[in-house]
Design a binder for this molecule. Structure first.
Ligand SMILES: O=C(O)CCC(=O)C(=O)O
Length: 258
């Protein structure tokens, strides 16, 4: 495997700001392959545990979400479990080993598109600990016109807040004691196709609406440090698995990838 040339400065930047943009994490061939699969998947029906946004028209204005594709699409598997990408995640997280929590394809369709409200990811997840991180790969060029991601630098140090309802979002900022939205300056991150961002699961992040006439396709893999414990709270990824609360998320459904 050819490693990505991640520098110590980039690792420090990620740890300081809670996010980082990394150019060219996919080769041109990988990008064309993943994009073609993603376009096909967009119109492929799956069971409800994969098609988590189906039958929720308001949610689908924010994005159409297909979760844990690596478990149902052989052609996606190699990207979700990709050792080069997982190695970047492990180094950024400073973890000895990391596992996949889940992947998802997030598509902002053109038309009546809504922004992704400012939120943290970690409050949605049944995990006891922090250190999770998401890799968000742009499958076409993105900027503020079609819903590139924005991040609030350093916000990961504020700790977990209440989860935000993405369809009826409440303002995240007043949840931080003594702060208003004036205190937070988000940074929007345009990317070229095949570039990615990584963000810490506590970093405040969001995206604008897609105002173009083309879909905005993003492929996201979420990693967690080995040893992350399952709290037992409900979540679509763990539903029906009968996992014991208080035990580490492990095994074939949450394999070590780096
Ligand atoms: O793609 C988006 O609009 C938001 C993605 C997001 O919130 C995430 O990957 O955690």
């Amino acid at each position: 495997m050819q490693s990505y040339p991640l520098t110590e400065d980039q690792i420090r930047d990620y740890q300081e700001n809670g996010f980082i943009a990394l150019p060219g994490v996919l080769t041109p061939d990988e990008l064309s392959e993943l994009r073609a699969i993603a376009e096909e998947i967009l119109d492929t029906p799956y069971e409800a545990r994969v098609e988590t946004s189906r039958n929720n028209a308001e949610y689908e204005k924010i994005f159409v979400q297909k979760v844990n594709l690596w478990q149902v699409e052989e052609r996606i598997r190699k990207f979700s479990l990709h050792p080069r990408l997982a190695e970047i995640a492990r180094k950024l997280a400073g973890a000895e080993h990391i596992r996949i929590w889940h992947d998802h394809l997030l598509t902002k369709k053109p038309g009546d598109s809504k922004p992704t409200a400012w939120h943290q990811d970690r409050p949605y997840w049944p995990h006891n600990d922090t250190g999770q991180l998401s890799m968000w790969i742009a499958l076409q060029d993105v900027d503020t016109r079609n819903g590139c991601m924005g991040f609030v630098p350093g916000s990961h140090r504020l700790g977990p807040l209440d989860p935000v309802n993405l369809v009826n979002p409440q303002d995240l900022y007043p949840h931080v004691e003594g702060k208003t939205s004036e205190d937070f300056q988000p940074v929007f991150v345009p990317l070229k196709a095949g570039d990615c961002t990584f963000h810490n699961a506590l970093t405040f992040h969001g995206a604008g609406a897609n105002t173009t006439d083309q879909p905005r396709l993003a492929f996201v893999v979420i990693y967690m440090p080995d040893g992350t414990l399952f709290t037992g709270s409900p979540h679509v990824v763990t539903e029906g698995l009968n996992l014991p609360a208080g035990e580490p998320l492990s095994g074939d459904l949450f394999p070590i990838v780096g």
